[in-house]
Design a protein around this ligand. Sequence first.
Ligand SMILES: [Mn+2]
Length: 411
Amino acid sequence: MAMDKIIHHLKKSRHILIASHVNPDGDAVGSLIAMGLALTSVGKHTTLYNESKIPTVYRFLPSVDRIVSNLETLSPTSSPTLVPDVFYRGKSDGLVRDGTWKSEPGNSELAYDTAVILDCGDLERIGELRLETRNSKPCPRHLSSGIEAQNLVPDIFHRGSKLGSSFQFPVPTLINIDHHITNTRFGDLHLIDPSACATAEIVYRLIKKMGIPIDKAMATSIYTAILTDTGSFRFSNTNKAAFEICDKMVALGVDPYYVAKNVYGKYSLGRIKLLNLALDSIEISPNGRLSMMTVTQDMLDETATQHEDVDGLINYARRIEDVKVAVLIQECRNGKRGQGSELRAQRSAPEVGREKREFHVSLRSDGSADVAEIAARHGGGGHYTAAGFNIESSMSDLKSGMLRLAKELGN
Ligand SMILES: [Mn+2]
């Protein structure tokens, strides 16, 4: 069983890198912290990684300061001379060896045995950090501990590196834990359950099965993840486990009012003003089935808000009577491109100059339309009722394209 294999592997691991998606939501932050605290409590050396700044509303979470956004300054493996030539470089006909493993005493202490990727439908969701995967053939699993790594055939390694950097480190095994229906099944070991209300539900099951006692800090992280990913038990992913787990977390000392105050009760004035602008931007398709909200960079600048303040705004567009699908078009900050944008940039290179910009499009449905499928058409993904994708386009082309979707939604 997948979970047993993962537990077996985690128990053998010594230094575990745990990461979740860019622009993290409550599930990405809460799952990351819960997993990190649990593995730390059983003596594992853990590194918690998220590329983005953790949103203000989640900064109350215990151990949130343990999350780093830069591995280069943290890991001794950041020096490329320490683990020099161990990696393979991709070739179209497969992978060719790019050097030899130079084992030096102590090196195994510096490397990650394992990376656990949480709440990411595909590996690019972790951002600029590249954990390259090889799906060509099954990897030998017996070579996973640090000491044994000295005898490794290098081709079982994933290479961790950062775009535009010589920084790299070995990551022999990737574990993929997620609840997105569009998960690409990247990595070596998978725990993917689209019926889970949140990745934190799966993390909870894993921690329980490992026999790790859940303390109040872990409980607060799990509770917050489930509370926010279910929209406070309102979204379609709300299941029995959401209530059962949260009930247990409260029994372990979580204070629901304290969490709610931090997550929902502390909005900056700028965020409220942004809400005003966003509500004002709402357009409805002629048949009334699709609503569209736009958030431009100018709106963020005008209200001194950031990406994190856009979180949840789309729900206003979704709850409008008769609307089946709500679309939120968000302009990305200049130069800050989202996942997969490189490919799209290449594809549209001849069209540069027609004011194409990078946008993130969020989609929500009332349960009668599959927005994961719509997002997948554009290279994105998500859940049946909540999904998204990045696209390079002009605002007007994008808006008319999205409005055309309304016709698929009936009259
Ligand atoms: Mn999630």
